[in-house]
Design a protein around this ligand. Structure first.
Ligand code: HEC
Length: 256
């Protein structure tokens, strides 16, 4: 019963957003463009009417309460902020960056135009937005065993991302690079992505990561019982990461 209720609320959140927020708040714009728009162009490049959902989701989670604390409590803290802001908007309470908030007038109050249930639903949607996006847009992370079978069958490379929950550069990679359409396309075409939280699980194949993020590329040849791996550490920008993926493809060809 509870499970059913939760899933209804989760899907409602998106509907509430579409009906009551989307006229002003666009959903996703790549971070690089947002930076340029707000930091250099004073919103004259994108002409946004309000911060985007990926901006809001990220800022709310970083700026409110204790992002490293218990997730349920953190969700409640973020929801409380949103509930208050929807009824009593005031830029003095803003959690957005100065350059961003200065581009807008204060949001109109939604008092009388939105119910408590809708507020709760849309808050949960906002909280989970970035994560949801990651899984939907780029990588549906697979278990390594599945990935290995698929890689052999479909002749693809496995990319294992070793991450940790509060690793700044992992967050940066995930939100700025791994959701970029070109990167997503490259990954979908030739790779199978596995993501491992190394604070909770060990890496497959006896691999180890001395820092996060580390990206391992696993080349599995269906006709042999052995695999070859290469790895690269740290956060990269989009261009460099695309180059890294290209190199991995070259390395695979050499294997044959
Ligand atoms: C008529 C346009 C409009 C609508 C509709 C609207 N917003 Fe906003 N919202 C804005 C603007 C403009 C800002 C930036 C200025 C500000 O923060 O007041 C903003 C800011 C915000 C902020 C960040 C507050 C801050 O500065 O820290 C949140 C959270 C937010 N909106 C949530 C929502 C949600 C959820 C909905 C739908 C239920 C919604 N908004 C509907 C225009 C709108």
């Amino acid at each position: 019963m509870i499970v059913v209720l939760v899933s209804i609320v989760a899907s409602d959140g998106k509907k509430v957003y579409e009906k009551k927020c989307a006229s002003c708040h666009k959903a996703f714009v790549p971070v690089e463009k947002l930076m340029k728009n707000f930091k250099e162009m004073n919103n004259t490049m994108l002409h946004l009417k309000a911060p985007t959902l990926n901006q809001l989701s990220f800022r709310l989670k970083q700026q409110i309460g204790d992002p490293r604390g218990d997730e349920d409590i953190h969700r409640m803290e973020v929801s409380a902020f949103i509930a208050d802001y929807l009824l009593y908007p005031d830029k003095d309470k803003s959690i957005c960056m100065k350059d961003v908030i200065n581009a807008f007038d204060t949001m109109p109050s939604m008092k009388g135009k939105i119910s408590n249930e809708e507020i709760e639903a849309v808050s949960q949607y906002l909280y989970g937005y970035e994560e949801h996006l990651l899984h939907q847009k780029s990588m549906k992370p697979e278990s390594f065993e599945n990935a290995l079978q698929k890689a052999q069958k479909e002749d693809k490379i496995i990319m294992i991302e070793a991450t940790a929950p509060h690793c700044h550069y992992c967050i940066k990679m995930n939100r700025e690079v791994l959701v970029e359409p070109e990167v997503v396309a490259a990954l979908q075409k030739d790779f199978i992505v596995v993501s491992v939280d190394v604070s909770k699980k060990s890496l497959p194949l006896g691999l180890s990561a001395s820092m996060t993020p580390t990206f391992f590329f696993v080349f599995a040849d269906g006709t042999k019982d052995e695999v070859k791996t290469e790895h690269i550490q740290g956060a990269w920008n989009k261009e460099d990461f695309l180059e890294i993926l290209k190199e991995a493809k070259k390395a695979k060809r050499k294997e044959k």
